[in-house]
Design a protein around this ligand. Sequence first.
Ligand code: GLN
Length: 492
Amino acid sequence: MSNLCNLTIAEASKQLAEGKITSADLTKSVLERIEQVEPKVEAYLKVLEDSALKEAEASDKRRQAGKPLSKLDGVPIAVKDLFCTKDVETTAASNILKGFVPCYEATAVKKLKDAGVVLVGKLNQDAFAHGSSTENSDFKVTKNPWDLERVPGGSSGGSAAAVAADECLGALGTDTGGSIRQPASLCGVVGLKPTYGRVSRYGVIAMASSLDVIGPLAKTTEDAALIMEVIAGRDSLDGTTLGAPVPEYSKELEKDMKGLKVGVPKEYFAEGMDEDVKKVIEKSVEKLKSLGAEIAEISLPHTDMALATYYILQPAEVSSNLSRYDGIKYGFSTLREEKEQPLEKVYFESRGQGFGAEAKRRVMLGTHVLSAGYYDAYYKKAMKLRTLVKKDFDEAFKKVDVIVTPVSPTPAFKIGEKSDNPIQMYLSDIYTVPINPAGVPAISTPAGFVERDGKKLPVGIQIIGPMLGEPVILNVSYQLEKALSLKDRPKL
Ligand code: GLN
């Protein structure tokens, strides 16, 4: 078996441009790798073998004609199943969307395709992106490639695991409260949550629309930058997208760290963090210092309220977004089983059977906090707190260029360890959740390893920037990655 699937996007792009490899061979290598490791990892819900090979051949023809569409032409990439893909079943890993075949493409997917990317398949996730372990998928549990008894994180667990296991060269995920960064950290890959509005949400099944962000998961920072160059930008189909020009992110990576001001918030190093994880983060902060950065302790005083704020606003938006799954318009429906049913019965039974336990929990929580008697006490109060959380970041970025924190308080946990305890599961988002209400960008970069049961488990560091600060966080991530030079890969 060729090992072209081990290449980074940057390496593959260069070798494709130099004519050293073809997209067909690269894609075949990825498909062979999937055949080999997928029985263990279970990252994919659907592998698009035939169309991927056709797209690869078309890409090779463009190259031969001297007309590649972009640097990513012919590069095999996969997307989370939350992205609508034209004529390809899209389920959000939920039973209620089984059989839903979109008639249009999400903008981010369309942009990748217009750039010549080969779409390898649809990746597993927590149903509707509710979760931190991918155990909430209605179809299968993805395994962490570093230790198959552990979760890959979530909700974009399939995306992180597939990238870590070389089952694609890069992937798209979504992040509402950490769903790109946390699985990236737990699987040892790079995951970027861009500024709110930097990437179009059009055609991405909504979780909590005021918090949802689309971004790349990749083997390296440079690869994440290359994907961002393609997917970012204004989209007339998503009114919240920003009009600011899209920088050539991959050209912003080499700047040195001298004089860069790095803030370390004291609230993020409170109790509850695993001691070994803490050491990895502290070592990375030292590394940044040795590269010339100035480290300063800062305060984000409303941090302890951010998680509670998130778990009011997010279910409120979830309950409203999920109301469209009425058993009539999309996917699963009890209408197809019996001929005549009263309308209410169709709604009730389709939703009752189609939604999993976590979606139901969030619909109930959200409906409660939005109900007339509780709106002021919960939803309105949480909206006020959201402003304070955002203000914390605005104030901090007057003093520092970037903020670094852990991504997750623990390394990957065992499958089943937290699945019966929603509060424990929600606590795994404590360091990623405050970033979404603030809207600022953040990246998870591999920072080191801890050992559990004789196995190495990756730990990521979170680098947070000001609004539209993707260039600076990618720059810091790249320099740290170079300085740490972590070479281990999961053994499968
Ligand atoms: N784990 C968080 C949750 O369950 C975040 C999910 C996400 O970012 N989509 O809400």
